[in-house]
Write a protein that binds this ligand. Structure first.
Ligand SMILES: [Zn+2]
Length: 166
């Protein structure tokens, strides 16, 4: 994804108030982010364990989304598959996150949900060397396909959050 300034990140949020967007904690270690190896930016709120933030690039610019993890999914630690990176090789914590939709729909209480890695490690997951069952395939091609799939699924979620904006 293209690099973003702190101000661009704050301005990208679509499902919280302007004041909330100005207050939210920026991603830790932002100066170290390798943007070329990220399909989206995701981070947790250090003060609010259930709160997460993602910024997803779309054709209409970056879309920032405030997410809330369901307590049940945070407690269970059951192996589940992340809906974005579809990583199945490690049983990492995957949480069910919900997002208030943008605009009037969100103000009416409309939310959308998705299963995503609890630490938003999707971009690292898709770049791991493919496992042995991929022998015979071109590993670079496998990684490229996974990267494209991650970008598409994250983008689709962002579109769903924004789509209801009135
Ligand atoms: Zn993931």
């Amino acid at each position: 994804m293209e690099s973003l300034t702190p101000q661009q990140i704050r301005e990208s949020f679509v499902n919280c108030s302007r004041a909330d967007a100005e207050e939210l904690p920026l991603p830790p270690g932002m100066h170290e982010v390798d943007w070329s190896r990220r399909e989206y930016l995701g981070w947790r709120d250090p003060r609010l364990p259930q709160r997460g933030y993602v910024v997803v690039p779309t054709a209409d610019g970056p879309v920032g989304i405030v997410l809330k993890a369901s307590e049940a999914s945070m407690r269970s630690h059951a192996p589940s598959m992340c809906g974005w990176c579809q990583d199945v090789h490690f049983t990492r914590d995957v949480y069910f996150w919900s997002a208030r939709r943008a605009g009037q729909a969100g103000r009416n209480g409309d939310t959308v949900g998705t299963l995503v890695c609890g630490g938003f490690e999707c971009s690292e997951n898709v770049r791991r060397t493919p496992p042995p069952q991929y022998v015979g395939f071109d590993p670079d091609r496998v990684v490229e396909d996974r990267i494209a799939g991650l970008a598409e699924r994250a983008g689709r979620f962002a579109a769903t959050v924004v789509g209801a904006r009135i």
